[in-house]
Every structure is written in C-alpha cells, then in structure tokens.
Design a protein around this ligand. Sequence first.
Ligand code: C5P
Length: 396
Amino acid sequence: MEQAQQKRIVLGITGGIAAYKAAELARLLVKQGITVQVAMTEAATHFITPATMQALTGHPVLINQWQDDKGMAHIQSSRVADAIVIAPATADFIAKLAHGLADDLLSTMCLARDCPLLVAPAMNKEMWSNAATQRNVQQLIADGVTMLGPVNGLQACGEEGMGRMLEAEELAQCIVATFQPKLLAGQKILITAGPTYEAIDAVRGITNRSSGKMGYAIAQAAQEMGAKVTLVSGPTALARPLGAQMMNVSSAAEMFAAVKQHVDDTDIFIGVAAVADYRVAQPCTQKIKKNGGNLTLELTPNPDILAYVAALPDAPFCVGFAAESENLHEYAEQKRRAKKLPLLAANLAQQAIGADDNELILFDDAGEHRLPRADKLTLARTLLRHAATLYQKGKS
Ligand code: C5P
C-alpha cells in the first residue's frame, strides 16, 4: 500500500442507513496508511455517531461550519485532502452537488475543493431511478466526479434493486486505486493464476497448493494502474477482482486454450499460475474402484503455456514466476533464459504458496532486484511498476 501512504482523504458521510458501512470503510482506509478526516452532515449523525468515526480515524469529526473559530474548516480541510469521498451519498446530497449548493459544511467543502471527488450513492431503487437523480448523476459525471456504484441488491427497506452502496472493502479498493500512478493506462494484460486440476477419474484429480492470491493481486494492481485485465484462473476460493474479464478454467489444457484465445490481443502476459507439469495420460471417465493392489498412473507432460507465448513471433512482453524450494537464484535465472523472458519473479515455494505475504526477487537483463517481505498486493504493485518500466523501454 506504499502508494496510498501519506495520502489524506476527507470521508463525507450523509444521512442514509448505509452510513454504518462508513465505519468499516474508515477502518480499512486507516489500516492502509491513509489519513482520514471525517465530515458528516447533521442527518448522518442520526445513523452513526461522530464518536465512532472519531475513534476509528483518530481525528475529531467535522459537522458544523460554525464549529471552528475562524469558520474556515471547509477551505482548510479540502486544501490538504488528496480526495473527497462521499460514502454514502444520498439522493439529496447528489442533487446539491449537481447544483453547486453549499448550505452545510460538507457541501461547502465539496464546492471549495481542488482535489478529485468520489461519490458512492446509496438509496432506495425508486429514488435512484428517478429522472431527477439520474439527471444529477449525469451532471456529476460530466463535471469529472467519479461515481463508485451503486449496485443491485437487497435494500434496507426490504426491496431489491439498484441503489445499494458498494461494500466497504470494494470502496476502499477503488479509493486506493485512484492514488496509483496510471503506468499501464490502456494496456491489455493477460494473467494466469491459481493451480490447475488434472483429472485422474470422475471424482479425483492432481492439483497443487497454489491459492491464486499472487495472480489475483497482480490483476487488481494492473487495473489500478489503468490496464485492461483478462484473468485466466484455475480453481481458487478468491473473489473475482472487480472489473477484470474472468475466464475460469480447470486443467492446464483449458488454461492453454483460454490463453491462446486471448493472446493475440495482449500487450503484456504474466504467467503466475502454478500449472501442473504433468497430467494423467488417460483419465478414467468413471470413478476408479479399488482392488487392493497397487495402482499405476501414467503421466504425460503438459504444454508450457508461458514458453509457448514467449516464443510467438509477435510475442507480448512476458513475465514469468518461479517457485523453487532450493537454489532459487540459479534455477530462476536458468528458467528466465530458457523461456527467453525479459522479467521473472522468483520466490521460495515453501514461503509463498498460500501465504498472504511474500518476498520476491526479480530477475531481468540488468540483474537481480530484491523486493522485501510485504503483502501480495504491495508486491504486485512494485512488480508491475518494474515491468511497466521495462516494457516502455523495450518499445522505445
Ligand atoms: O518451469 P516452471 O514451471 O517452474 O515455470 C514457472 C513459470 O512458467 C510460471 O510463470 C508458470 O505460470 C509458467 N508455466 C506455464 N505452463 C506450464 C508450466 C509453467 O505457463 N506448463
């Protein structure tokens, strides 16, 4: 999260039931090193207390424009902010923003700001679809405001429909993303992630302990940097990264087919998947019955997807991964040369697989670059900054 560190946001809370989610949002943002100054409308204080928000952010909450001696909170707070985020934003507050009204502290801060404004609407589906709200939202978009959601779902009133606020975790992701440098703007990135599953029979198979976390983190980081991401994933328990085009596959053969389908339209290919080196030569379509004796499985090699892509005549910029259990440096550099990769990220398998954090060593033509232990999203961002630099150099 190093890019988000030292950033300051004003979190504006307006009076809707989704205000309770603002507490979790504030907590997540603070956890990522962001300074959060909360500003609430008077109506919002009926849904969540300023004391809760102050405790979570460590800063007194701004509510009333007359509460500071000089009456300049709206200018001071919006000047030091890197962004103002309104979550939840009611239909009424969106209407105020669209018309440039400034009749309380939060709306005045929005009008006086010189930083980006992000708005997360939350309201009943009829209020959302009302022509006036839709007109106001269009006006905000035309004014350069970023709309975060809403989404379809169950509403506090018991109805179901459009107008539900994004979850705190999704909002935090979007907010942090706005602070990332757009080094991959418009680039098409194809990523493989997770394990593969090679069937033995109708119910059994060979797989590995890859969780997919690193590949999914790279997909998220690439999108934050402005890339258009296609993620080809083996079976994992992870949520689909917001905004990525997702292809769910099972075996290495399926992964290979999905990659072949997309690779022509790819600028950068990143092979993070732990692809099984072998598959069962003749998987049984029925469940194999035990007979008390030994069972011999014949294994046959799988195609090397990354080596195939890197050897294409018009190959995209290729990044490989190597998980080794010993001789990391030697094996990784050998692998990079054998597969003719401009960049390879290596890690110790026993430390990396399934873990939330990791250490990486990047190998490229200039040598080795050590990325110290960090969570996988932080590592993904650093890796992609490195890859983007090499990719741009290669093109110029
Ligand atoms: O040779 P090794 O399997 O260690 O290489 C690892 C790298 O190659 C990873 O980037 C992995 O995604 C990729 N790979 C592949 N297809 C295979 C085996 C590995 O794309 N069959």
